[in-house]
Each structure stands twice: as structure tokens, then as C-alpha cells.
Design a protein around this ligand. Sequence first.
Ligand code: ZN
Length: 335
Amino acid sequence: MKQPIFLRPLFQERIWGGTKLNEKYEYTIPSSQTGECWAISAHPHGQSVVASGEFSEKSLGELWEEQPELFGYFESNRFPLLTKILDANDDLSVQVHPDDDYANKFEKGEFGKTECWYIVDCDEGADIIFGHHAQSKEEFIRLVEEGNWERLLQRIKIKPGDFFYVPSGTIHALCKGTLVLETQQSSDTTYRVYDYNRRGQDGKLRELHLEKAIDVTTVPHTAAKVEPAIVKTTGGSITTFVEEDYFTVYKWEITNTLSLTQESYFTLVSVINGEGKMISEDNEYYIKYGDHFIIPHEMKSFKIEGQVQLIASQPNSKGERQHEVASTTRQVANV
Ligand code: ZN
């Protein structure tokens, strides 16, 4: 197939969520505390569904199993990535995610979670928590036990257009007033370190997972350096933000007409601003902010026209190898 596969996202309510997913992207959201748009997801906790065409109404998970040719036969028993848009109307809990080995062992075969953030929009003076200042595990544990968050946590000022790579083991939190496009491994495992003593809807303090968090946190913090590489043409620019174990993430910024080729297995695309059209062979597809689609394996070249910004991601081979390991382990366990 040489046509983009448009997907219908789903929404998750969160105590820190707001209404920006409706205000900016015109999505119908379930409440005024909507935190997450799961835009391209085949995770069992919420799957996006094909919105139109030959595979209309199929879940992405079904498509992955039934039509492997669309994904270039990428070796994994599960769709590897998950794209979200997050509306942090309030601070998220300070958290950390495990890597593949730890998650496979302690979270019933779940993938680890390496993620990255493109800051679509944020309030003036907004910041994030990214990393910590402890030099040893002992110091880390002591500062957590004392609740000395000011001393422990590293805050970084952000602005729209910034990009952060957040490997598993990195302490992090989005803070109030931030709208983010997140690309991550397809995982839903989070260990909470600190939650501002907030109570959930049941009136109870939300659960923390300190022991596991201490297990998986990288100490001392090592900041992964992001050096975006930009290629400019008359039709726009292509920025490569990160090319790492699990994914490569780009921004395509179209000011006129940009010709693109796909050399990867497949590509996940989210339109974050503007509108335009996508042209493949003789077909044209109108695209606008808030649209999400997959470019299948056989769609090797296409053009995008208009004034439009998109975030695109492709799966990488460490994901492929890890998934093979994970599936082998599971097969053994099934026996
Ligand atoms: Zn996270």
C-alpha cells in the first residue's frame, strides 16, 4: 500500500490535565482534566484506530499483526513506538521509567520506556524537571527520604521548539503550562518518586514506587546531549533531533513544497501546526494540525505542500533486537 494510514487518537484523563487538546487541536475530549492524547498507539491500555480507507476501524494492534508488510516486516511481536500529545495543565509527578531488561523481569514482559519530548507550546518561564544532583545512590536515597526535592531535582527552563531525549533511568517531570509531543517506546510503566503530596479522585495520596525508582535511576545523572541537525531547502527544512537505540525523531517544517523519501521500515507522523497536503503518486491528502498517520513501508517518496509543521519518527534496530529477546523469553515462559 502506498497511502498514508490516518489514525483516530484516544484520550486519557489525568489529575494534571486540562483543556488545551481541545483548544489547540479541536479534539473532542472527555473532560476538562484531559492530560493525554494517545495519537499513535497499539498499547493494550489504549489503541488508536484506523480512521478511513481499506483498513478502517481496525486497531493499530490488529493491523500490526495482520498486515506486517505495511511495516516492512519489522521484527517485533508488538508495535514498538507510541506517540502522545500531553497537556500539562499542572505539574506531573516526578518519575522514572525502567529499561527493557528490568521491565521484562518485573513488569510482566512490558517494554522499558525511553522517551523524548518536543515542546509544542509552553507558558513564559515554564520549566521541566530533568535529572538530579545526587552523586551516589546513598545520596540519592538520603535526599529522597528527607524529601529534599529542592536539593535533589534539576530544573531546566524551556521554550517552544525545544527537544529533550529522556532515556530510561532519567528522573523527569513535565511541569505546569506545557504542551508536548512525546515519542516513546510502547510502554506504560512509570515509577513515581514524588507527587507533591497530591490526592487522587478517591481522596487518597497517589501511590509512589520508591524502591523500584531507586533501582532503575541512573546515578549520577548523565544528560544525553541533543544536537539537532538541520537541512534547509527552498521548500522547508528537516531537523533530525535524535537518532538513538529505539527511534529517530525529525521535525519537518514545510514553507512551500518539500519532497521526502522514506528509507526506514515505516514512519509515524503527527501534524503539530498548520495545514497543507500530502502528495503521493497521483493521490492527494489534506492534512492539518492534530492529524496523525503512518507512512507504510512501500510509500517510498512523497511531497508535502503548505505551511505546516510535523513531527515524524521511525523505529530503530535496538528496539528490533530487544523485542526479539522479549518474545523469545515469553515463548519459553509459555512452555
Ligand atoms: Zn515519562
